[in-house]
Design a protein around this ligand. Structure first.
Ligand code: CA
Length: 334
């Protein structure tokens, strides 16, 4: 028996016709599998980034022919829902990337695909749709870091779309206010298996170090929000000011704020479950007229449900509340 006969290709094709038929069937099967795996991108074009440079122009398939900016611009221009594949590399931006399309941005891993604003520009702007979210955006397996939007909101991400982050790091971004991610208008944000770290809202009165929402729903699932800072304002880790929010199976730790709500500050409805809030701190500087104010871990007002939440080792000075402080406005189910 020959090696060939022993291979698992023993279909014993008797003619060129049957081999062609098999190939066609195989291609159809591959297409069907691809479509079933990503039905929301069924009409997708795929743009493959092959340069770490930051340049604008046509996205072409030759060596160095498609930068990240060119791939996203191509996806914005192409009809249908598109995929941008971003291989391992550090992508230094000179200006923010602008998403105005349904797009899936797929990196190769949080530690290998790095998109870096160099401290001079916001990293990602996801266009709002005049008050309603129009773009479906999925970002997976990459890091967005070192953004700086200055006086504008959202040093890492300005989100006006319906956006999901999965296995994404949003780290070391700056803005005067709302440093890591600003969820705005009717934008909605889902954060899964991700890390929001060391983002700083550095302006006077700046609020929201990690994630801020004045928009639609924010859902944080199995993620970590840590080391974020609003050194002169409210809401070091998370600032939920509009819409609604849910936090599940997550860790909010070691965030800091000058004023109130070191880990979490909320004035909109929120549900927190199966989550640990620890090591956060608030100085409570503007709350001297309310001696128990502060909220090193959490400070909020409005409807809230906390279930199976561990709040420990947070701090605030003097008589101010270290762990959880709720202003009138509940009810609270904690
Ligand atoms: Ca498109």
């Amino acid at each position: 028996m020959t090696n060939r006969a022993a291979l698992p290709t023993e279909f014993h094709f008797s003619s060129a016709f049957s081999r062609s038929a098999f190939r066609i069937a195989a291609v159809m099967m591959t297409v069907a599998l691809a479509l079933s795996a990503a039905p929301q991108y069924a009409n997708a074009s795929t743009f493959v980034v092959n340069s770490t440079a930051d340049a604008s122009g046509a996205c072409t398939s030759g060596p160095g022919g498609c930068t990240l900016r060119e791939a996203i611009d191509a996806a914005n221009a192409a009809p249908g829902d598109d995929v941008v594949l971003v291989p391992a590399g550090t992508y230094l931006l000179n200006f923010q990337l602008y998403i105005a399309s349904n797009v899936k941005l797929q990196g190769s891993g949080q530690t290998s695909t790095i998109i870096d604003g160099q401290g001079i520009t916001r990293v990602l702007y996801i266009l709002e749709g005049g008050g309603s979210p129009v773009y479906q955006v999925s970002i997976r397996d990459l890091t967005l870091r070192n953004g700086n939007s200055g006086a504008a909101l959202g040093g890492g991400i300005w989100n006006g779309g319906t956006t999901t982050l999965e296995r994404v790091s949003v780290a070391d971004n700056r803005a005067n206010s709302q440093a890591g991610i600003a969820n705005v208008f009717n934008g909605s944000l889902t954060v899964i298996d991700s890390l929001i770290s060391n983002n700083d809202a550095v302006g006077t009165g700046g609020a929201g170090g990690g994630i801020t929402s004045s928009g639609g729903n924010v859902a944080i699932i199995n993620s970590t929000v840590t080391g974020n800072d609003a050194p002169s304002g409210l809401g070091g880790g998370l600032y939920i000011a509009g819409g609604s929010a849910s936090i599940d199976r997550s860790l909010i730790s070691n965030n800091h704020v000058l004023d109130r709500g070191g880990g979490l500050y909320f004035t909109a409805p929120i549900t927190v479950t199966n989550t640990t809030i620890s090591g956060n701190s608030a100085q409570g500087t503007t709350s001297t007229s309310v001696p128990t104010d502060g909220g090193g871990g959490v400070l909020g007002s409005g409807s809230a449900t906390f279930a199976n939440v561990t709040i420990f080792n947070n701090s605030a000075p003097g008589t101010k509340t270290a762990g959880f402080h709720a202003n009138p406005g509940g009810p609270y189910n904690i």
